[in-house]
Design a protein around this ligand. Structure first.
Ligand code: SF4
Length: 339
Protein backbone atom coordinates (compact mmCIF):
# COMPACT_ATOMS: atom_id res chain seq x y z
CA UNK A 1 0.00 0.00 0.00
CA UNK A 2 1.12 3.57 -0.62
CA UNK A 3 1.26 6.18 2.11
CA UNK A 4 -1.77 7.91 0.61
CA UNK A 5 -3.77 4.66 0.62
CA UNK A 6 -2.84 4.00 4.25
CA UNK A 7 -3.93 7.51 5.23
CA UNK A 8 -7.28 6.98 3.49
CA UNK A 9 -7.75 3.70 5.36
CA UNK A 10 -6.91 5.36 8.65
CA UNK A 11 -9.66 7.88 7.92
CA UNK A 12 -12.08 5.22 6.75
CA UNK A 13 -12.57 6.56 3.26
CA UNK A 14 -11.18 6.44 -0.25
CA UNK A 15 -11.14 3.81 -2.96
CA UNK A 16 -8.08 1.97 -1.71
CA UNK A 17 -9.31 1.99 1.79
CA UNK A 18 -11.27 -1.23 2.09
CA UNK A 19 -13.82 0.97 3.90
CA UNK A 20 -16.07 0.65 5.77
CA UNK A 21 -14.28 -0.36 8.92
CA UNK A 22 -15.81 -3.85 9.01
CA UNK A 23 -14.25 -4.62 5.61
CA UNK A 24 -10.83 -3.38 6.71
CA UNK A 25 -10.99 -5.51 9.85
CA UNK A 26 -12.20 -8.56 7.88
CA UNK A 27 -9.31 -8.15 5.41
CA UNK A 28 -6.84 -7.92 8.31
CA UNK A 29 -8.36 -10.97 9.99
CA UNK A 30 -8.08 -12.92 6.73
CA UNK A 31 -4.42 -11.85 6.39
CA UNK A 32 -3.77 -12.96 9.98
CA UNK A 33 -5.33 -16.36 9.26
CA UNK A 34 -3.38 -16.78 6.00
CA UNK A 35 0.05 -15.72 7.27
CA UNK A 36 -0.07 -16.62 10.99
CA UNK A 37 -2.83 -19.22 11.39
CA UNK A 38 -5.41 -19.46 14.17
CA UNK A 39 -2.98 -19.89 17.05
CA UNK A 40 -2.68 -17.15 19.65
CA UNK A 41 0.70 -16.97 21.39
CA UNK A 42 0.89 -16.31 25.12
CA UNK A 43 3.87 -14.29 26.37
CA UNK A 44 4.18 -13.79 30.14
CA UNK A 45 5.52 -10.37 31.16
CA UNK A 46 7.62 -9.67 34.27
CA UNK A 47 7.91 -5.95 34.95
CA UNK A 48 10.98 -6.22 37.14
CA UNK A 49 11.92 -2.58 37.76
CA UNK A 50 10.09 0.73 37.42
CA UNK A 51 13.22 2.88 37.69
CA UNK A 52 14.09 4.78 34.53
CA UNK A 53 16.90 7.18 33.61
CA UNK A 54 14.83 8.79 30.84
CA UNK A 55 12.22 11.50 30.98
CA UNK A 56 9.75 10.74 28.18
CA UNK A 57 6.87 13.20 28.41
CA UNK A 58 4.11 10.59 28.08
CA UNK A 59 5.34 7.98 30.54
CA UNK A 60 4.51 7.53 34.21
CA UNK A 61 7.90 5.89 34.85
CA UNK A 62 9.81 9.02 33.74
CA UNK A 63 12.53 9.96 36.20
CA UNK A 64 10.89 13.30 37.04
CA UNK A 65 7.79 11.61 38.40
CA UNK A 66 8.61 11.96 42.08
CA UNK A 67 5.17 10.71 43.11
CA UNK A 68 5.85 7.16 41.91
CA UNK A 69 7.07 4.68 44.51
CA UNK A 70 9.97 2.84 42.85
CA UNK A 71 10.77 -0.85 43.10
CA UNK A 72 13.31 -3.34 41.85
CA UNK A 73 12.93 -7.09 41.94
CA UNK A 74 16.02 -9.01 42.99
CA UNK A 75 17.54 -11.47 40.50
CA UNK A 76 16.38 -14.39 42.69
CA UNK A 77 12.85 -13.03 42.76
CA UNK A 78 12.78 -12.57 38.97
CA UNK A 79 13.95 -16.14 38.40
CA UNK A 80 11.49 -17.49 40.98
CA UNK A 81 8.55 -15.72 39.31
CA UNK A 82 9.57 -16.94 35.85
CA UNK A 83 10.03 -20.51 37.08
CA UNK A 84 6.69 -20.39 38.90
CA UNK A 85 4.82 -19.52 35.72
CA UNK A 86 4.51 -23.12 34.67
CA UNK A 87 4.66 -23.81 30.99
CA UNK A 88 4.55 -20.28 29.63
CA UNK A 89 6.46 -20.55 26.32
CA UNK A 90 7.90 -17.02 26.38
CA UNK A 91 9.00 -14.86 29.30
CA UNK A 92 9.25 -11.13 28.61
CA UNK A 93 11.61 -9.28 30.98
CA UNK A 94 10.60 -5.63 30.95
CA UNK A 95 11.77 -2.56 32.87
CA UNK A 96 12.47 1.14 32.57
CA UNK A 97 16.00 2.00 31.45
CA UNK A 98 17.55 0.95 34.74
CA UNK A 99 21.34 0.76 34.88
CA UNK A 100 21.27 -0.81 38.34
CA UNK A 101 21.27 -4.27 36.74
CA UNK A 102 24.68 -5.01 35.28
CA UNK A 103 25.18 -7.16 32.22
CA UNK A 104 26.53 -9.82 34.59
CA UNK A 105 23.28 -9.67 36.62
CA UNK A 106 21.15 -9.92 33.49
CA UNK A 107 23.32 -12.70 32.08
CA UNK A 108 22.79 -14.77 35.23
CA UNK A 109 19.05 -14.10 35.30
CA UNK A 110 18.67 -15.15 31.65
CA UNK A 111 20.83 -18.25 32.07
CA UNK A 112 18.91 -19.42 35.14
CA UNK A 113 15.48 -18.84 33.61
CA UNK A 114 16.43 -20.68 30.45
CA UNK A 115 17.85 -23.58 32.41
CA UNK A 116 14.83 -23.87 34.69
CA UNK A 117 12.01 -23.24 32.21
CA UNK A 118 13.30 -23.70 28.65
CA UNK A 119 11.14 -20.69 27.71
CA UNK A 120 12.12 -18.23 25.02
CA UNK A 121 13.27 -14.94 26.53
CA UNK A 122 12.34 -11.52 25.27
CA UNK A 123 14.06 -8.45 26.69
CA UNK A 124 12.45 -5.03 26.81
CA UNK A 125 14.95 -2.93 28.74
CA UNK A 126 15.69 -0.02 26.43
CA UNK A 127 18.71 1.40 24.67
CA UNK A 128 22.07 -0.22 25.37
CA UNK A 129 25.47 -0.30 23.63
CA UNK A 130 25.89 -2.90 20.89
CA UNK A 131 28.37 -4.89 22.98
CA UNK A 132 25.79 -5.31 25.73
CA UNK A 133 23.15 -6.50 23.26
CA UNK A 134 25.70 -9.03 22.08
CA UNK A 135 26.49 -10.24 25.61
CA UNK A 136 22.80 -10.66 26.42
CA UNK A 137 22.19 -12.53 23.19
CA UNK A 138 25.09 -14.85 24.05
CA UNK A 139 23.54 -15.39 27.48
CA UNK A 140 20.49 -16.79 25.74
CA UNK A 141 18.05 -13.90 25.12
CA UNK A 142 16.10 -14.68 21.95
CA UNK A 143 14.13 -11.52 21.25
CA UNK A 144 14.24 -7.81 21.98
CA UNK A 145 11.45 -5.24 22.02
CA UNK A 146 12.33 -1.57 21.49
CA UNK A 147 9.47 0.57 20.25
CA UNK A 148 10.38 3.53 18.04
CA UNK A 149 7.15 5.18 19.34
CA UNK A 150 6.88 7.52 16.34
CA UNK A 151 8.57 7.68 12.96
CA UNK A 152 8.41 11.49 12.96
CA UNK A 153 11.75 12.90 14.07
CA UNK A 154 10.32 16.22 15.33
CA UNK A 155 7.60 14.53 17.35
CA UNK A 156 10.12 12.04 18.72
CA UNK A 157 12.35 14.90 19.89
CA UNK A 158 9.44 16.66 21.60
CA UNK A 159 8.18 13.56 23.41
CA UNK A 160 11.55 12.00 24.24
CA UNK A 161 13.75 15.03 24.95
CA UNK A 162 16.70 13.07 26.28
CA UNK A 163 16.73 10.42 23.55
CA UNK A 164 17.58 10.60 19.88
CA UNK A 165 15.74 9.10 16.93
CA UNK A 166 19.04 8.25 15.24
CA UNK A 167 20.25 6.39 18.34
CA UNK A 168 16.97 4.47 18.50
CA UNK A 169 17.41 3.37 14.90
CA UNK A 170 21.05 2.46 15.60
CA UNK A 171 19.89 0.22 18.46
CA UNK A 172 17.31 -1.51 16.24
CA UNK A 173 19.97 -2.11 13.62
CA UNK A 174 22.42 -3.48 16.21
CA UNK A 175 19.76 -5.82 17.58
CA UNK A 176 19.08 -7.16 14.10
CA UNK A 177 22.78 -7.65 13.37
CA UNK A 178 23.25 -9.44 16.70
CA UNK A 179 20.71 -12.09 15.75
CA UNK A 180 17.72 -11.17 17.88
CA UNK A 181 14.15 -11.50 16.73
CA UNK A 182 13.34 -7.80 16.79
CA UNK A 183 10.17 -6.08 17.91
CA UNK A 184 9.30 -2.42 17.65
CA UNK A 185 6.25 -0.27 17.17
CA UNK A 186 4.35 2.85 17.89
CA UNK A 187 1.87 4.70 20.10
CA UNK A 188 -1.45 5.83 18.69
CA UNK A 189 -3.08 9.12 19.71
CA UNK A 190 0.06 11.04 20.69
CA UNK A 191 -0.41 14.83 20.83
CA UNK A 192 0.79 16.26 17.51
CA UNK A 193 0.46 12.95 15.66
CA UNK A 194 -1.28 13.18 12.28
CA UNK A 195 -2.64 10.37 10.10
CA UNK A 196 0.32 11.04 7.81
CA UNK A 197 2.71 10.34 10.69
CA UNK A 198 0.82 7.14 11.59
CA UNK A 199 1.01 6.01 7.97
CA UNK A 200 4.78 6.68 8.13
CA UNK A 201 4.91 4.50 11.27
CA UNK A 202 3.24 1.61 9.44
CA UNK A 203 5.62 1.94 6.49
CA UNK A 204 8.60 2.02 8.89
CA UNK A 205 7.37 -1.24 10.47
CA UNK A 206 7.49 -2.76 7.00
CA UNK A 207 10.90 -1.28 6.18
CA UNK A 208 12.41 -2.61 9.42
CA UNK A 209 11.01 -6.06 8.56
CA UNK A 210 9.99 -6.51 12.19
CA UNK A 211 9.41 -9.93 13.73
CA UNK A 212 7.09 -8.42 16.34
CA UNK A 213 5.08 -5.21 16.35
CA UNK A 214 3.68 -3.42 19.41
CA UNK A 215 0.88 -0.90 18.88
CA UNK A 216 -0.51 0.78 21.98
CA UNK A 217 -2.89 3.68 22.56
CA UNK A 218 -1.54 6.80 24.26
CA UNK A 219 -3.31 7.07 27.62
CA UNK A 220 -2.37 10.30 29.44
CA UNK A 221 -0.84 9.78 32.86
CA UNK A 222 -1.90 12.33 35.52
CA UNK A 223 1.68 12.78 36.80
CA UNK A 224 3.23 13.68 33.46
CA UNK A 225 3.36 16.93 31.41
CA UNK A 226 0.82 15.41 28.97
CA UNK A 227 -1.81 14.81 31.65
CA UNK A 228 -4.45 17.00 29.97
CA UNK A 229 -3.94 15.68 26.44
CA UNK A 230 -6.98 13.69 25.46
CA UNK A 231 -9.27 12.53 28.22
CA UNK A 232 -12.92 11.52 28.36
CA UNK A 233 -15.14 8.90 26.77
CA UNK A 234 -15.20 10.39 23.25
CA UNK A 235 -11.42 10.46 23.16
CA UNK A 236 -11.26 6.84 24.36
CA UNK A 237 -13.64 5.65 21.63
CA UNK A 238 -11.74 7.58 18.94
CA UNK A 239 -8.45 6.23 20.27
CA UNK A 240 -9.68 2.65 20.35
CA UNK A 241 -11.01 2.83 16.80
CA UNK A 242 -7.83 4.42 15.49
CA UNK A 243 -5.70 1.90 17.38
CA UNK A 244 -7.65 -1.00 15.86
CA UNK A 245 -7.24 0.50 12.38
CA UNK A 246 -3.48 0.77 12.89
CA UNK A 247 -3.33 -2.89 14.01
CA UNK A 248 -5.38 -3.94 10.98
CA UNK A 249 -3.20 -1.96 8.58
CA UNK A 250 0.01 -3.19 10.20
CA UNK A 251 -1.20 -6.75 9.67
CA UNK A 252 -2.11 -6.14 6.03
CA UNK A 253 1.15 -4.34 5.25
CA UNK A 254 3.61 -6.52 7.21
CA UNK A 255 1.76 -9.83 6.78
CA UNK A 256 3.38 -12.24 9.24
CA UNK A 257 4.78 -10.16 12.11
CA UNK A 258 3.60 -11.18 15.57
CA UNK A 259 1.22 -8.47 16.82
CA UNK A 260 -0.16 -8.44 20.37
CA UNK A 261 -3.61 -7.32 21.45
CA UNK A 262 -2.20 -5.12 24.21
CA UNK A 263 -3.24 -4.66 27.81
CA UNK A 264 -3.51 -0.92 27.05
CA UNK A 265 -6.18 -1.71 24.46
CA UNK A 266 -8.01 -3.69 27.14
CA UNK A 267 -7.70 -0.68 29.44
CA UNK A 268 -9.51 1.77 27.14
CA UNK A 269 -12.19 -0.79 26.21
CA UNK A 270 -13.16 -3.86 28.30
CA UNK A 271 -13.36 -5.85 25.05
CA UNK A 272 -10.36 -4.15 23.46
CA UNK A 273 -8.14 -7.23 23.40
CA UNK A 274 -10.86 -9.37 21.79
CA UNK A 275 -11.35 -6.66 19.16
CA UNK A 276 -7.60 -6.52 18.54
CA UNK A 277 -7.46 -10.29 18.05
CA UNK A 278 -10.31 -10.01 15.53
CA UNK A 279 -8.56 -7.42 13.38
CA UNK A 280 -5.06 -8.77 12.95
CA UNK A 281 -3.46 -9.49 16.34
CA UNK A 282 -2.18 -12.98 17.19
CA UNK A 283 -0.45 -12.56 20.56
CA UNK A 284 -1.62 -11.82 24.09
CA UNK A 285 0.60 -10.93 27.02
CA UNK A 286 -0.67 -11.80 30.50
CA UNK A 287 1.14 -10.22 33.42
CA UNK A 288 3.48 -12.38 35.53
CA UNK A 289 4.57 -9.50 37.77
CA UNK A 290 3.86 -10.14 41.46
CA UNK A 291 0.69 -8.34 42.52
CA UNK A 292 2.46 -6.04 45.01
CA UNK A 293 4.40 -4.37 42.16
CA UNK A 294 1.78 -4.27 39.43
CA UNK A 295 0.18 -0.93 40.25
CA UNK A 296 3.65 0.64 40.51
CA UNK A 297 4.54 -0.21 36.92
CA UNK A 298 2.43 2.76 35.91
CA UNK A 299 3.48 3.72 32.40
CA UNK A 300 -0.16 4.77 31.97
CA UNK A 301 -3.00 4.96 34.54
CA UNK A 302 -5.88 2.58 35.38
CA UNK A 303 -4.17 -0.46 33.90
CA UNK A 304 -6.32 -3.59 34.00
CA UNK A 305 -5.36 -6.75 35.90
CA UNK A 306 -3.47 -5.04 38.73
CA UNK A 307 -5.43 -6.91 41.41
CA UNK A 308 -5.07 -10.33 39.82
CA UNK A 309 -2.31 -12.87 40.08
CA UNK A 310 -0.75 -14.75 37.18
CA UNK A 311 -3.01 -17.80 37.34
CA UNK A 312 -6.07 -15.46 37.22
CA UNK A 313 -4.58 -13.66 34.20
CA UNK A 314 -3.62 -16.86 32.43
CA UNK A 315 -7.07 -18.40 32.96
CA UNK A 316 -8.68 -15.18 31.73
CA UNK A 317 -6.63 -14.95 28.50
CA UNK A 318 -7.13 -18.65 27.76
CA UNK A 319 -10.92 -18.25 28.07
CA UNK A 320 -10.73 -15.14 25.92
CA UNK A 321 -8.82 -16.99 23.17
CA UNK A 322 -11.24 -19.93 23.17
CA UNK A 323 -14.27 -17.63 23.13
CA UNK A 324 -13.04 -16.33 19.76
CA UNK A 325 -12.78 -19.86 18.33
CA UNK A 326 -8.97 -19.58 18.22
CA UNK A 327 -6.42 -22.02 19.60
CA UNK A 328 -3.76 -21.50 22.26
CA UNK A 329 -0.30 -21.94 20.78
CA UNK A 330 1.89 -24.50 22.51
CA UNK A 331 5.17 -23.73 20.70
CA UNK A 332 7.53 -20.89 21.53
CA UNK A 333 6.06 -18.58 18.93
CA UNK A 334 9.29 -17.73 17.14
CA UNK A 335 9.38 -15.31 14.27
CA UNK A 336 7.39 -16.32 11.21
CA UNK A 337 9.68 -14.36 8.92
CA UNK A 338 11.74 -17.31 7.76
CA UNK A 339 8.66 -19.34 6.77
S1 SF4 B 1 8.94 5.28 27.85
FE1 SF4 B 1 10.54 3.87 28.51
S2 SF4 B 1 12.42 5.12 28.42
FE2 SF4 B 1 10.72 6.56 28.41
S3 SF4 B 1 10.42 7.11 30.59
FE3 SF4 B 1 9.04 5.37 30.14
S4 SF4 B 1 10.13 3.53 30.69
FE4 SF4 B 1 11.62 5.23 30.53
Amino acid sequence: MTKREIIECLRGRGKACLAPTDDLFAAADAARKKYCGDEVHIRGVIEFSNYCRRDCLYCGLRRSNAKLKRYRMSPDEIVRVAAGAGSVPTVVLQSGEDEHYTIRDLDRIITRIKKQTGAAITLSIGERPALEYKALRQAGADRYLLKFETSDKELFKRLKPDSSYEERMRCLEDLRKTGYQVGSGTMVGLPGQSDGILAGDILLMKKLDLDMIGIGPFIPHPDTPLKNMGVGVRHAVHLRDKGLRVIALARIVTRNAHIPATTALGTIDPNGRQKGLRCGANVIMPNLTPQKYRKLYAIYPDKICINENFSDCRGCVERLIRSLGRTIATGRGNSLKSL
